[in-house]
Design a protein. Sequence first.
Lengths: 458, 97
Amino acid sequence: MNDWVAVGYLIAAILFILGLKGLGRPRTAVRGNQLSALGMLVAVVVTVADDAIVSYGVILAGLAVGTIVGSLLATRVQMTAMPELVALFNGFGGAASVFVAAASFLAASDIGPISDQVSVASALAAVIGSMTFTGSVVAFAKLRESLNAGGFPGIRVINGVLGLAAVGCAVMMVVDSESPGWIWALVAVGAALGVSLVLPIGGADMPVVIALLNSMSGLAASAAGFVLDNPLLIIGGALVGASGVILTQIMCVAMNRSLLSVVFGEAPSSGGGDRDEDVYEGRVRSTSPEDVAIMLDASSRVVIVPGYGLAVAQAQHAVRDLTRLLQDRGIEVVFGIHPVAGRMPGHMNVLLAEAEIDYEHLIEMTDINPTFEQTDVTIVLGANDVVNPAARTDPSSPIAGMPILDVDKSRVVVVIKRSLSPGFAGIPNLLFAADNTLMLFGDGKAAIADIAKAVAST
Amino acid sequence: MDFVIGLTLFVLAVLLGAELITKVPPTLHTPLMSGSNAISGITIVGAIVAAGTDHSTLTVTLGFIAVVLATSNVVGGFLVTHRMLGMFKRRSDKVDR
């Protein structure tokens, strides 16, 4: 590597670090993203200009095709489809690292004996990258709801067998580094493992999976860096790997579950707790959009708690209209956002931002919880388990100890929902039966629009 | 490059990444994820090397596929992050007024 290439990589690494730092604050985030992109441009330009590169046609063709595919995907996709797009891009990155490691490993094995560093790093890149790719594709399909499959009995045995097979192939790659077959065997096993690990995970656990795949795509790039002896790949991949791990950790804490139980365990068992009928019998009261409008009109503070149902119903613009209407009447309207609401970290924030709701009105769980007692009406829209007081009050509940939004402490709670069906945890929600809760049954978007219509005519 | 130097870079970058991300507010979790995802497309550098060194038809083919995938990841990742952040930005400007 030429010295000036190394200096270019250093500049790129600095830009990545400054870029990530910038992404940490709303005011500097756009600049941060631009700095990272500039770093990437520097890295690509100095790499192409390096003496090691002898032919340009294939590179330019690849860059052109990739640019077209990437920009079409990025500009055409709906904001509600953002989780699956992020999953897909993760998969692309993971697969690219697999091919990079394989090409480099095979080239090295043609030339002569392979060092342990290259074979170990190639094995890691191959297995992590292929798991990231197929895991992301499964996550993508699940998020688009084109794949409805879940886990099946014995899948943990399969995971165990595949895990052992992966270790076996990796060991053979190092021991028998002259045979090129082992790396492809490892890629195949890793691909199968990615499918079988992500397949049983779904619903509310999705944010953890997306964050984890994000981390893995970084680690695969880092491993490819050890194959190529390329410092920028090592650094860039490590930065992403670490940030993904931190996000994964934040998601797990917000669900009071360990990463191991999300990946290898089952969904929280619905064994404990109460039965639906015992909780709901004679205690559920329903209301109408008109009554909700009258209550809202008499309020001074309203909190809206969105969940995945908001995304499903595409209700963000209807919510925006209702919010503006209430704000024009001098009513304070804020949003309470649970960290795992939706299907990826920050999902609700993006949807509400798309509907032009000021991000300063989106309040985190820890900040909004003390304010529910001063709240006149809380509207729960498409959220379930994250507002279930059983997490606080019932030690035998599967969600016991999960941090929740204390919406039940506000004066009146209006829950907009199609039916009393349970959330991801599969347990009845004590909130629905609370004395201060009113159920408004129906489609989220239509219900919010009806309330807005009624408010406008009061 | 010495393996130990590579390992040093890796560990320091992990610690730095963790430090940078820990305090990010939840509002920015999605843009952060898609932005950092674009950075993981840095594997594009390795892809370019594989595609441009003419070692064998197989490695060049693998390199080409890797360049396409990594470029989609990079370009798409940065663009979609920019698009998302644009939505956040508009309103913060409105607040300033």
